[in-house]
Design a protein. Structure first.
Length: 273
């Protein structure tokens, strides 16, 4: 059995199909790990959701910030963005089934020494601790009251200058869940103390003063696991001993990446192929 981790798809179903062919994926034998952001910006989010959902136990996906955005728009707690391409999902006859399935996907998956997450982990968390905290957010998203959490997240928690930006154990309620969700789905850079700079999207060398990539913070407690993530197109494909960052920016004209975990072989497709 091979496990292929796949970077941010963002509604680019045709590219995903070509990548699946490139790796000769066999759902009876192999497994796919998606780093999240299945939807938005690309032209066919609906087909991506239907395909990944249809894979059943042959696939694992974690939720990314665009996936949460879809849930929030569908719940009526935030309006669609100017650049959103989500109408195919919102108007689909199987919309409710797809959104219910999406709400029940994890924010973090851990197996065989790997930790799959969309964005990153704050330096104070071990991988085991992060998994427990992710479950708190998953429980909120799966509950009948999930709209209340999404409303907080988009009215307060997802804004750069409101709500807490550093993890502390004494956080409670929606503030606690908001910090966890922000870290797992939006984190790129932070301070050595764990303050998150959530609006920064550029390359590491241009990060604001005092902020560095989350994975470069000295003595971060999750270094004992290999983190598999995406979210940072300006960073691009980035491979270290304990880190695999797979957002290689296909939706921005670059490449869609799959990486076979057992030997780290990289497979890519682009519109230039």
């Amino acid at each position: 059995m091979a496990i292929y981790a796949i970077g941010d798809i963002q509604g680019c179903f045709a590219a995903l199909q070509r990548l699946i062919e490139r790796i000769s994926f066999d759902p009876s034998r192999d497994r796919l790990w998606f780093v999240g952001d299945l939807v938005n910006r690309g032209p066919d989010s609906l087909s991506v959701l239907r395909y990944v959902k249809g894979l059943g136990k042959s696939a694992v996906t974690v939720l990314g910030n665009h996936d949460l955005h879809l849930l929030a728009v569908a719940a009526g707690v935030t309006p669609p963005g100017r650049k959103d391409t989500l109408q195919d999902v919102l108007q689909a006859p199987d919309r409710d089934a797809l959104l219910l399935w999406l709400r029940h996907q994890p924010l973090l998956h851990s197996a065989d020494g790997f930790t799959l997450v969309h964005a990153g982990l704050v330096p104070q968390w071990t991988a085991t601790q992060a998994q427990g905290l992710a479950r708190e957010v998953e429980t909120a998203l799966r509950s009948p009251h999930y709209r209340e959490f999404l409303a907080y997240l988009y009215e307060v928690g997802y804004r750069e200058n409101s709500g807490p930006r550093r993890w502390t154990e004494d956080l409670a309620g929606h503030e606690r869940l908001g910090v966890i969700a922000n870290a797992l789905t939006k984190l790129r850079v932070c301070s050595s103390e764990g303050d998150m700079g959530l609006s920064y999207k550029g390359p590491p060398h241009s990060a604001p003063e005092g902020f560095i990539p989350w994975f470069d913070v000295p003595d971060r407690r999750s270094a004992e696991t290999t983190v598999v993530c995406g979210h940072w197109a300006a960073l691009g494909l980035h491979i270290q001993d304990n880190l695999l960052v797979l957002d290689s920016g296909y939706v921005w004209g670059e490449r869609l990446t799959a990486l076979r975990l057992e030997d780290r072989r990289v497979f890519q497709v682009s519109d230039r192929d």
